[in-house]
Design a protein around this ligand. Structure first.
Ligand SMILES: Cc1ncc(COP(=O)(O)O)c(C=O)c1O
Length: 393
């Protein structure tokens, strides 16, 4: 009766939804303060004060015409501010004509895939992956090709990567820092990947594009530097978002940047603007664009997440759980102490701890913990983790 493709997708994306419903049940039974919900990647950190002030000031502005349609790529002044900031950060001259403001990274990836793919062309993603990629690729009539990363470290396995590239490969999605592992890919591996991509392009006489999904690049810990994809790969489209860096996920604002080094980049920009319009986004929200422009150098304090990571990671390791220490984002991807991680998730629920099974990210045997919850709740959850660990002694 309805779209078979969509109904099948509903069934495949049921994990996060199931956790959400389970959380609501537990909150009703025990009270919200007694449920330790590590399932949602929804930042609880407030946006910086300057952003909140800008929201108020811009909303109260008496300027006429502030709420009208604009060019599909966004306000020229906003794109210029973004392009200048990116040029400085990346040390590459990026013109504003290579920027398209979008309603978050999700929209940016959909618009980009739609602009790149012909039917049944392949898109490489690395396992574990942000589950929505499967649906974004499907919307663009592409085929996902899932590549295993290295066991336990979740870094790129170059051999697996090289084997996965075929004459149908059109794009590779790279997400670093990564959701769900928090891993930041090192420059050395990325440079080797770029060499492999060049060789395969020559072998198959094709063009392979890198879609760098970058919502977490500013949420990194210690001295970690995230390598700049545009400097490593010639054909890069980077997708950025303010959902995490300014804690504005509900406001839907981000941007696509097409590398000026990408051959024929203005034609790709035209395709991106067309798809931003015709997929129904039309343009990124007017007020949000003005806020971003005004707050171009603002950032939430990543040390808030770093403290939480340390608290949670150190406790889990002390209990004997095994987990790669994340260098960024706000997720921990922990090995389940039993093979069937869904059962482990059920055991955790008995202690009011909500986790997401790794199979929701294509990687059974692991669970994801999101530390988008206050330090206080994490502290209160620690004894429950201790009790949970005892079940497996
Ligand atoms: C890896 C990754 N990509 C994209 C998105 C979508 O972000 P946005 O809110 O900017 O659409 C998310 C959101 O959690 C994410 O984790």
């Amino acid at each position: 009766m309805f779209s078979n493709k969509t109904i099948t997708s509903l069934e495949k994306s049921s994990w996060i939804r199931a956790m959400f419903e389970e959380g609501n049940k537990l909150r009703e039974l025990y009270g919200a303060e007694n449920v330790y919900d590590f399932s949602l990647g929804n930042p609880d950190v407030e946006p910086p004060k300057a952003v909140k002030d800008a929201i108020r000031d811009i909303s109260n502005s008496k300027e006429k015409g502030m709420h009208k349609y604009m060019s599909n790529g966004g306000y020229e002044s906003t794109k210029k501010a973004v392009a200048n900031m990116m040029s400085k950060e990346y040390n590459i001259k990026i013109p504003s004509s290579n920027i398209c403001m979008v309603t978050g990274a999700a929209a940016g990836i959909n618009v980009t895939l739609k602009s790149l793919l012909n039917d049944l062309e392949e898109v490489i993603i690395f396992k574990p992956f942000f589950a929505e990629y499967l649906f974004y690729i499907s919307h663009a009539n592409g085929v996902p090709v899932i590549v295993d990363t290295k066991k336990d470290t979740f870094t790129i396995d170059l051999e697996n990567f090289a084997k996965a590239i075929t004459k149908k490969t059109k794009a590779i999605i790279i997400n670093s820092p990564n959701n769900p592992t928090g891993v930041v890919y090192c420059e050395e591996d990325l440079i080797k990947m770029a060499i492999i991509v060049k060789e395969k392009e020559e072998e198959f006489n094709t063009n392979i594009f890198i879609i760098s999904d970058e919502p977490y690049t500013k949420i990194v810990f210690g001295n970690i530097k995230v390598p700049i994809m545009m400097k490593i790969f010639e054909k890069t489209i980077s997708i950025n978002s303010y959902s995490k860096s300014l804690s504005l996920p509900g406001e839907r604002i981000g941007y696509i940047t097409v590398s000026p080094l990408l051959p024929n980049n203005q034609l790709l920009m035209s395709a991106i603007l067309f798809n931003n319009r015709t997929l129904g986004f039309v343009n990124a929200p007017a007020i949000q664009q003005r806020i971003v422009e005004k707050c171009i150098n603002e950032l939430i304090d990543p040390s808030i997440y770093e403290e939480r990571r340390d608290l949670l990671y150190n406790h889990l390791i002390s209990l004997g759980f095994s987990c790669q220490k994340p260098d960024g984002a706000f997720y921990l991807f922990m090995k389940s102490p039993e093979e069937d991680e869904v059962n482990f998730v059920k055991q955790a629920q008995k202690f009011n701890i909500l986790l997401v099974p790794g199979r929701g990210f294509g990687q059974p045997g692991y669970v994801r913990l999101s530390y988008c919850i206050s330090k206080d709740i994490i502290k209160r959850a620690l004894p429950s983790f201790t009790k949970l660990a005892k079940l497996y002694k």
